[in-house]
Design a protein around this ligand. Sequence first.
Ligand SMILES: [Zn+2]
Length: 68
Amino acid sequence: MPIYEYRCKRCKNGFEALVRSAREESLVECPHCEQGEIERVLSSFSVTSSGGTSSSGASCRPKPGGFR
Ligand SMILES: [Zn+2]
């Protein structure tokens, strides 16, 4: 499923949303302040989860969006 990571421009709240189409993306709003002023956060977690290459030394990097 295409789950994207977003961040609210107002309260800086990070959240994830399931978006199946571009039209559905326009309906995504912040669950905290219920505003549509959001921006998509480009993270690489979906790439690493589907790749299955865990032999690299980048295993100790923080979770995207979880540190702010
Ligand atoms: Zn918000």
